[in-house]
Unconditional design. Sequence first.
Length: 149
Amino acid sequence: MITNTGKTIGRVASPIVTALVLLAVMLLSACATTSTASRDKIVKERAQARWDLLEARDYAGAYALYSPGYRSAVSVTDFEVNLRLKRFRWTSATYEAHTCDENTCTVSFKVGYQVNAPVPGVSVFNGWDVAHDKWVKTGGNWWFLPEEQ
């Protein structure tokens, strides 16, 4: 305590207490940053893995990254049949950006595709589009949530 002619003006924190308070603040902010960085890394890796699996036509592997709700409504067999019957195939997927909040993320990819014999006289059409994939955190894991069809 500091006194001036017998009156109490205030307390001076010891250097140790100040250092401990600063350390606690830094640790808490580091935890928040690490948590966000970890979330971003996990979502980006899972999103890229899903596109890589689709491109490789490993539909069962890609199916495993879909949300539990989707997998409870659509069997792996129906999922694979649906994708195998499409007249196109994915040829590439390049990460572009993402935005997240606590339990959802939207991840954008530039997706290349190929359509065989789209019209008479054209044997193959190659194109690309931007896909905005929605990912949700459920049960401690991040899952792809497809748009309703």
